[in-house]
Design a protein around this ligand. Sequence first.
Ligand code: EPZ
Length: 413
Amino acid sequence: MDIWHIRGGRRLCGTASVQGAKNAVLPILAASVLTGCETRLSNCPDLMDVDGSVDILRCLGCRVERSEGGMYINSSGPLRSTIPHDLMSGMRSSVIFLGAVLARCGEAVMAMPGGCELGPRPIDLHLSALRDMGAHITVSAGNIVCSGALHGASINLALPSVGATENIMIAACRASGGTVITNAAREPEICDLADYLRKMGADITGDGSSTICIGSFSPKSSVEHSVMPDRIAAATWLCACASAGGEVAVDGAVPAHLVPVTQALREMGCTVDEYPGGIKICAPDRLRAPRPVATRPYPGFPTDAQALLMAATLKAEGTSVFTENMFESRFRHVPELRRMGAEISTEGRVAIVRGVPSLHGAPVTATDLRGSAALLIAALGAEGETVLHDNCHLRRGYEDPVKVLTALGAEIR
Ligand code: EPZ
């Protein structure tokens, strides 16, 4: 259990560098087992979720060496095709290994990923797509058992699922014949994965649009790739500055990845300017409520930034409205924010925030990764000390939030 002490009321000033993207590196690490190649990653974030993926790679039989921001993976040896339960339960997103292991080994066995704080996290779209590609999949006693040679297919996703799109892209690289995914997810992390797969020798087009085509595959023996910047980490530092006040340059942020977030921050009265290689934000003395925010698949407002922006609106003049369309229970940070004096009411998928003149520090408990970041953001804009009890949620997705925020003038220990 991490216990963070945050003394609010201090304006932030300076530059924050953005880490490599968690949600890009995780599928890339899974895809690295597709062929017996060598992969050299740079800008690889040092996160608990990356640790979990490395444990899985090593358990499968890959050789992995890590250095500062770098990672070397050699998946040339014979690989095991079973991921033990304890490694799966540590990180539900490891279902992303399913397509890669099945495509490489012809079989894959792993525990059903559990739900998480955000609610049930079904994988029906992943399984039905792999079945369409010829996989025989049984789910029994909490295990997924897959086998079979994969062939290309035309797959229309009922939902533009990020994980399902990634699993299909990865598996399709080694399927016989071409695959077309319609209603595919369009997140930038999908494009980063596609860039990596193309460097591995895949013929992929359409990534970033709703229709992705995966054709022939001519494996390369070694691949080098630099992981894209983490747009949600960038959003976190922008919202932290809005909440605490001040002026911050977020180095490495890609403006095109954050349009709905920067638009909302501008509606709140922040000056948000793009500069070559980043985004600079300057917060007004008093924020005002943004127009209603509804989370949507990319390029809509990202669900991962909902809690972050909400934390920045708590003292904004007026009423802010948030609709969470992506996950069933992604307002678990609300009761904790109320303990700091926030006035938020929720009804189903809608949260209504009435701006208050000030917030006060309080003991609060993190509920999930982005909810924990939201509590940090609110604490920076609160009077007095907040004690954040965090059972490793932050570490799953942020390299070193204390270092980043302390460098901007925040008082955190
Ligand atoms: C990815 O999760 C991200 N995680 C999430 O970030 C992010 O919130 C989410 O995409 C949406 O953008 C990683 O990339 C590791 P989905 P994923 O499949 O792939 C439903 C964070 O904080 N669904 O796009 O699991 C699902 O229940 C994390 O960094 C099905 O019904 O998200 C959800 O309601 C949190 N059946 C919706 O689709 C399926 O088979 C979107 O899920 C798959 C998904």
